[in-house]
Design a protein around this ligand. Structure first.
Ligand code: ACO
Length: 361
């Protein structure tokens, strides 16, 4: 048995399928490239939750309800205190824990709205600025950026964040989603499931990688230094952040969706093209060196590499990247929690005891 449970099937799901050999992601029957081309965050949210909640709804209804939910959860920030000025993801966890638990649609709506409202507010509070109240006339992606900066985002910025939220909405039985399903299987509420999932997400082997991707780019400094810096990092036994994946043996399809979302920002001069050129040089050098050093283990770009560039370009500080990931992934956690709860089986695997046996009497 392998300790990471690889190749163990732990759930049947209608939500998403990750084909690691083909590099393909399907969400509710739609391939990622179609979703990114056609779908808003609100639409993919409606798609993922369809049939799993006690109410029927469509994209337009959900957009209104989500906007109202953002306004409602903003009230929780009145009680934000100094203890919240920790790491953004920990502050997010502390604030989310204040939401009532439950398994109904209103709880789900609050959980979809809360990270979108709380994260920009936490970042503003940390800078000594006042949180900005939501604007119910805006879609979620535009409102997040407005609550962060106080200004209406450009069309390219809104589209880039929307693509990011769609791209990361769900991804099979990753560690945080599994945590969400385990909690749901005990019939605890959706808030408990989301809190467990967020706690799993923050680790650097899961959703905590994109900040370190930027640290790596900064340390590399210039494109011509990439090969040497990466070789020395591997010599020190370090892992290259933003590369490798438990399931994908080829390029993570989400990496290209996000690289594509960055292009209009670069083309319109809203992102420094030198940053993009440095990232491409690091990507090329990393792939070459990983192929040479680990010939038996296909290692390619994962979602976090271009996430880092995209979120930096949108003005999020690197310590907040895991929190932005949580804004997008909450719908996946909720959909899986509901699917698990409706199926009704308690998740209770067994372990193999390998310790000493009691001495014979
Ligand atoms: N850089 C260098 N070597 C690597 C990397 C990497 N990024 N990833 C894996 N390897 C090597 C390991 O050192 C190991 O080599 P060895 O067999 O010679 O000892 C081999 O590849 C297999 O590694 P495992 O740890 O068994 O692979 P696993 O499937 O558990 O790893 C993981 C997946 C954790 C994502 C890994 O690739 C990694 O640490 N990547 C860097 C961190 C990162 O980018 N995380 C974000 C993942 S995406 C997400 O969760 C949203």
């Amino acid at each position: 048995m392998r300790n990471g449970l690889e190749d163990v099937i732990a759930a049947e799901t209608q939500l998403s399928d990750v084909d690691g050999e083909a590099g393909r992601l399907i969400i509710r029957g739609v391939s990622l490239d179609r979703l990114v081309a056609d779908c808003s965050y609100e639409r993919v949210t409606a798609l993922l939750l369809d049939g799993l909640m006690e109410r029927n709804f469509d994209e337009a209804l959900l957009r209104d309800w989500l906007a109202q939910a953002r306004t409602k959860v903003f009230d929780h920030l009145k009680a934000a205190d100094a203890a919240l000025l920790a790491l953004p993801v920990d502050a997010l966890r502390a604030l989310l824990a204040r939401l009532p638990d439950g398994d109904d649609f209103d709880t789900a709506l609050s959980l979809l709205a809360a990270p979108a409202v709380f994260l920009p507010a936490i970042l503003r509070l940390q800078r000594g600025q006042t949180p900005i109240a939501p604007d119910a006339s805006l879609p979620q992606a535009a409102d997040i950026l407005r609550m962060l900066t106080g200004q209406l985002p450009t069309q390219e910025q809104t589209a880039a964040l929307d693509t990011y939220l769609v791209t990361i909405s769900d991804h099979g039985l990753n560690a945080s989603t599994f945590a969400s399903r385990v909690i749901a299987s005990t019939q605890a509420g959706l808030t408990s499931s989301v809190l467990a999932a967020l706690s799993a997400l923050k680790g650097p082997l899961h959703g905590g990688a994109p900040g370190p991707v930027l640290d790596m780019l900064d340390a590399v400094g210039t494109p011509d230094n990439a090969g040497r810096w990466l070789a020395e990092a591997l010599d020190r036994g370090e892992r290259l952040m933003g590369f490798g994946h438990r399931i994908y043996r080829v390029r993570d399809p989400r990496a290209d969706a996000l690289k594509g979302a960055l292009k209009p920002l670069i083309a319109s001069g809203q992102v420094d093209s030198a940053r993009g050129a440095l990232a491409e040089a690091v990507e090329t050098a990393a792939l070459a060196i990983l192929r040479a050093r680990k010939p038996n283990r296909p290692l390619d770009v994962n979602v976090e590499f271009y996430t880092a560039l995209l979120l930096e370009a949108l003005g999020f500080p690197r310590q907040a990247f895991t929190g932005v990931f949580a804004i997008g992934r909450t719908v996946g956690w909720l959909a899986h929690a509901r699917e698990q709860a409706l199926d009704g089986r308690l998740i209770r695997p067994r372990s193999v005891y390998i310790g000493p046996l009691p001495a014979a009497a």
